[in-house]
Write a protein that binds this ligand. Structure first.
Ligand code: ASP
Length: 290
């Protein structure tokens, strides 16, 4: 595990999953400070070192997509897994999210998905949508203040597939229509100075429009589920108050459990000997970028 951005769940989950499969695990957290990145070592050299030391797989989180690509190009033998690339992608989160949805509905086909909160900066929303468009999903709703509405590439993905989508400033207007309500936090750390200022000035007004409290869960369909990739914000500006955890629709802790299951399956599929029939696939031995 080499993580250059904060992580609790993803690193913990990769650690647990690999350990449960009998692998030995080495974790580097805060890589900018605590790995040789701090000594200006390149990503490529870091990968070469890990390969020379005999590591078979690396879960790599980095602040941008390019860093992940540099690692992939440098790897000759080691399996690389994108554990989060800046505001862009978080593919293993999408995998565990899809698993959670499938446990509930059996498939993503025919479902209506609703995304709430920071639809602009959330890499988990982008990755889940990239996965979901491979199914026949019915419709996608987004509820976000304008400054957090989804970026063009996400909307284009829906247009080209084609999947109808609706943008709304208020979660109450989308809640009654969705099978999955996927809540996200406002990603303060990804905002520029002026955006933080603007958001500070506006949040008292907008918070009401995206907080998913009991008022909103009461509007959901009986069989709908509430998800959140976590972490959620605590205190005054929380987007998913703890009181919703006891609602029968909440699946947020299930998602965390499924993180281990999904990552175990992924590691097993990527690392098992090719002749082992359960895991036969076309996956190449090196440079797996999921
Ligand atoms: N844990 C998720 C991520 O790494 C969601 C979040 O940080 O809000 O993207």
């Amino acid at each position: 595990n080499l993580f250059d951005e904060p992580s609790t769940r993803t690193m913990g989950s990769f650690h647990q999953s690999a350990s449960l499969l009998g692998c030995s695990v080495f974790n580097v957290h805060g890589a900018a400070r605590f790995s040789s990145f701090a000594k200006n070592e390149s990503i490529a050299d870091t990968i070469r070192v890990a390969e020379a030391q005999g590591f078979d797989a690396l879960a790599f989180r980095y602040g941008n997509e390019q860093g992940i690509h540099e690692a992939v190009s440098a790897a000759e033998r080691m399996v690389l897994i994108n554990a989060g690339s800046g505001a862009n992608e978080h593919p293993t989160q999408a995998g565990l999210d899809a698993l959670t949805i499938m446990q509930e509905f059996g498939t993503l086909d025919g479902l209506t998905l609703g995304f709430v909160g920071d639809c602009r900066n959330s890499r988990t929303i982008r990755s889940l949508i990239r996965l979901a468009v491979q199914y026949n999903i019915k419709r996608v709703y987004f509820a976000a203040p304008e400054m957090f509405s989804p970026s063009d590439d996400v909307l284009e993905l829906l247009i080209t597939n084609p999947i109808p989508y609706v943008l709304s400033p208020d979660v109450c207007t989308i809640a009654p229509h969705v099978d999955v309500l996927y809540v996200t936090r406002i990603q303060w750390e990804r905002m520029r100075g002026w955006q933080k200022l603007l958001w500070r000035m506006r949040r008292a007004k907008f918070h009401k429009a995206f907080v998913v409290d009991e008022r909103v869960t009461d509007m959901l369909r009986e069989k709908a589920i509430v998800m959140h990739p976590l972490p959620r914000v605590s205190g005054k500006w929380r987007e998913l108050p703890e009181e919703t955890d006891t609602n029968h629709r909440s699946r947020i802790w299930k998602q965390v459990e499924n993180g281990n299951l999904f990552r175990m399956a992924l590691l097993a599929a990527l690392l098992a000997p090719r002749e082992y029939p359960v895991f036969q696939s076309d996956i190449k031995a090196a440079s797996i970028y999921v």
